[in-house]
Design a protein around this ligand. Structure first.
Ligand SMILES: [Zn+2]
Length: 234
């Protein structure tokens, strides 16, 4: 089931009250249209009746796509700094829904799900896109690490992130964008040759230590390598 509940918001432009149906849980197997909405950057968009301003409710839901083997705890961009705590919460929720403490039927669904934690719309959209393109999201994060080391100036700062936004089949590459997470304002695009993906894929030993760090927990995002001590291996 996909579960919605009403939330009361205030229009950021005219301050009129706006009520919208916020999603708490998305089942993409039953509601493929909601998955499309996320990929098209229009999910949870909302318009003020008084002034026509459109704005977007930040994500805060669980996403299930059993067919594609994805489970995502999608959190608001503003909660990025709490990633360790939210990872624990997401793991407890996953375990009770599809893991060790779930009924047998749910556990069998759970065994084919990769669980992830994301912050903000561009991140959850990216996880759906990566799956659609048949890519490994860990390698996509490694590509970003490589990009950071390779380009001369990066607009990296708090609230700015690098996301895969589309494949460019003609150029045999992938388009990445620097963007502002909260406002989803795109700052800069670059096309990275798919050869980089294949090179990383072909060198699992060289990237083994980085892979272990990225896969340590549901938050598979290179940003965590830059934020504090992180989670201890083990
Ligand atoms: Zn308004």
């Amino acid at each position: 089931m996909s579960l919605f509940h009403p939330v009361n918001l205030v229009c950021p432009r005219c301050e009129a009250p706006v009520t919208m149906m916020a999603v708490g849980s998305v089942n993409a197997d039953r509601r493929p249209d909601l998955r499309d909405d996320i990929l098209e950057d229009r999910f949870q968009d909302c318009e003020c009746d008084s002034c026509g301003e459109s704005f977007r409710l930040q994500p805060q839901f669980n996403y299930l796509d059993a067919g594609r083997g994805q489970w995502i705890a999608a959190m608001p961009a503003s909660r990025l700094r709490d990633h360790l705590e939210l990872e624990d919460e997401a793991k407890a929720l996953f375990d009770s829904s599809y893991g060790a403490s779930a009924p047998a039927a749910a556990r069998s669904v759970g065994s084919s799900l990769a669980a992830r934690l994301t912050f903000g719309w561009p991140a959850v959209r990216e996880k759906l896109l990566v799956k659609q393109l048949g890519l490994d999201d860990v390698i996509v994060e490694m590509m970003k690490l490589h990009i950071l080391r390779s380009v001369e100036s990066v607009p990296m700062a708090e609230g700015i992130e690098l996301r895969l936004v589309e494949a460019d089949d003609e150029a045999d590459g992938y388009v990445f964008a620097w963007l502002e997470t909260g406002s989803e304002q795109y700052l800069e695009y670059m096309t990275i040759p798919a050869e980089l993906y294949r090179a990383i894929q072909g060198n699992p030993e060289g990237w083994g230590a980085i892979r272990a760090r990225l896969e340590n927990g549901y938050f598979v995002d290179m940003q965590k390598l830059y934020m504090g001590e992180g989670r201890q291996a083990g």
